[in-house]
Design a protein around this ligand. Structure first.
Ligand SMILES: NC(=O)c1ccc[n+]([C@@H]2O[C@H](COP(=O)([O-])OP(=O)(O)OC[C@H]3O[C@@H](n4cnc5c(N)ncnc54)[C@H](O)[C@@H]3O)[C@@H](O)[C@H]2O)c1
Length: 375
C-alpha cells in the first residue's frame, strides 16, 4: 500500500457504511460523512464510531468545503440521486467511487455523460462483479476458448430478502438488473441487439417498498447470435444467489451454482464428453461475524479489490476499468428491459455508438427515450 487516502462518503445507508468500513479496514481515513437525511448521518457516525468527522447534508457544499482536503469520495445515496450528487465532486476534480446505477433515468444518464464527457479517470462505478475473483476467472476461461464459441448465457441475481424501508427503486430490473446486464456485456464483449422482459409478483413476498414486482426475466440476443437471459428476484428463500451459466459450442461453464450461503463459489467447466475440466476451480465467500447486509459474504472480496484498484488507478493515473461509459451501456440495456416488461414483453431493438449524440438518437429511435425532455 502506498499513501493513506482521506475519504468523504455521501449516502450512508447499508452500502455506504459497508464501503466506509472497508476502506478504513484497508488503512485509510473517513474524514467527512454526508447524506440528504440527517438521521442517516447520525446513525452512520454511531455505527462507524466516527463522531468527530465533518458532516454535511448537501453535496455541493461538501465538495466546496473538502476540495484539496480529500483524496476521494464514495457516493452511495439513493439511485435516483447518484448523478446529481456526483456532479459537484467531479467538477471539483475529486475522484469518485460511485455506486451503481448511474441514475434511474436514462435521459439524465445521457445528460450526465454529456456533461462530464467520456474521460475514464473521473469515476469508478460500483459494479463489483468486474473485480470478483470467480467471475474474473470465468472471463479468463471464456477468452481461452475452453468452451468454444458462446451460444447462450444465463445470469442469475436473486436476493433472499426485500430491500430496507429506506430504499428507493424504480424496479428491480433497473436496480438489480444493471449488475448482470453489465456482466453479460463484459463476458460476451458485445452489446445486445434485442431485449424483451417480464416482471412478476410471486407468492408470499412482503416488501416494505413497492417495486412493481419481485421477480423478472430479461431475454436478449446479440449481433453474433448469442441468446441470453437475466433472472432477477428478491425471493430466493434459501440465501443470496448469484450464478452464471454459459453454454459454448464445446462445453459449458457454470459459475456460482447455489451451494449454501455463505458457501463455496464453484467455477465448473463441463466438457463435451460430460466430464469436468481440470481447470475447474472453487473460490470462497467471506464468513463474517455479527450482522451484515445479505450481499456482503458473496461480494466482500470484490468490494475490497474494487477499492484497492480505485486507489491504485488514482495514484498511477491509469483509467478506471468501469466508468460512466460502461454503466451507460448497461443502463440502456435495462431501460429496454424495463420498458418491455411494462408492455407485455414487447421487443426492443438496441444499438450502441461511441458518439453520444448518435447513441442518444438511436435510443430515441428505438423508443427508449422521448425526443423531448419529458421522460
Ligand atoms: N453494489 C452493490 O452490491 C450494492 C448493494 C446495495 C446497494 N447498492 C446501491 O447503493 C445505493 C444505496 O443502497 P442502500 O442499500 O445503501 O440503501 P439504503 O436504503 O440503506 O440507503 C439509501 C438512503 O436511504 C436513507 N437512509 C438509510 N438509512 C437511513 C436511516 N437510518 N435514517 C434515515 N435515512 C436513512 C439515506 O438517505 C441513504 O442515503 C443504491 O443505489 C443501490 O442500488 C449497491
Amino acid at each position: 500500500m502506498s499513501r493513506t487516502f482521506n475519504y468523504g462518503v455521501y449516502g450512508v445507508g447499508r452500502i455506504g457504511k459497508v464501503h466506509a468500513a472497508i476502506v478504513r479496514e484497508q488503512g485509510h481515513r473517513i474524514v467527512a460523512i454526508g447524506d440528504d437525511a440527517h438521521d442517516a448521518v447520525v446513525v452512520a457516525q454511531e455505527e462507524l464510531n466516527a463522531r468527530d468527522v465533518r458532516t454535511f447534508n448537501d453535496p455541493t457544499e461538501m465538495a466546496r468545503a473538502l476540495v484539496g482536503e480529500i483524496d476521494a469520495m464514495i457516493i452511495a445515496s439513493h439511485t435516483r440521486d447518484h448523478a446529481r450528487h456526483t456532479l459537484p465532486f467531479v467538477k471539483a476534480q475529486i475522484p469518485v467511487y460511485l455506486e451503481k446505477p448511474l441514475t434511474d433515468d436514462l435521459r439524465e444518464a445521457f445528460e450526465f455523460v454529456e456533461t462530464i464527457g467520456r474521460d475514464p479517470h473521473q469515476l469508478q462505478i460500483g459494479l463489483q462483479r468486474r473485480y470478483d475473483p470467480a467471475l474474473l476467472y470465468t472471463k479468463t476461461l471464456l477468452e481461452s476458448g475452453v468452451i468454444g464459441e458462446i451460444r447462450e448465457i444465463r445470469s442469475v441475481l436473486r436476493d433472499q430478502f426485500p430491500p430496507p424501508p429506506t430504499y428507493r427503486s424504480r424496479g428491480l430490473i433497473i436496480d438489480m438488473g444493471i449488475h448482470v446486464a453489465d456482466e453479460a456485456i463484459f463476458f460476451l464483449g458485445e452489446f445486445p441487439n434485442q431485449v424483451w422482459a417480464s416482471v412478476h409478483q410471486t407468492k408470499g413476498y412482503n416488501s416494505p417498498i413497492d417495486e412493481g414486482g419481485d421477480t423478472a426475466f430479461v431475454s436478449f440476443t446479440t449481433p453474433s447470435n448469442v441468446v441470453g437471459r437475466l433472472d432477477l428476484s428478491r425471493t430466493h428463500s434459501s440465501g443470496y444467489n448469484n450464478e452464471t451459466y454459459i453454454i459454448g459450442t464445446r462445453g459449458t461453464i457454470h459459475t456460482g451454482r447455489f451451494a449454501g450461503y455463505p458457501g463455496p463459489i464453484h467455477v465448473e467447466i463441463w466438457q463435451a464428453d460430460g466430464t469436468k475440466h481440470p481447470a475447474s476451480k472453487t473460490f470462497e465467500m467471506s464468513y463474517l461475524q455479527g450482522s451484515y447486509p445479505e450481499f456482503l459474504p458473496r461480494f466482500n472480496i470484490a468490494y475490497r479489490r474494487a477499492h484497492q484498484q480505485f486507489r491504485e488507478d488514482v495514484e498511477s493515473g491509469a483509467p478506471f476499468a468501469v466508468t460512466q461509459n460502461e454503466v451507460l451501456d448497461a443502463q440502456v440495456f435495462v431501460e429496454a428491459a424495463y420498458r418491455s416488461a411494462q408492455q407485455n414483453g414487447a421487443r426492443y431493438h438496441l444499438q450502441r455508438f461511441d458518439d453520444l449524440q448518435e447513441y442518444k438518437a438511436a435510443c430515441i429511435a428505438n423508443g427508449l427515450l422521448s425526443a423531448t425532455s419529458t421522460k
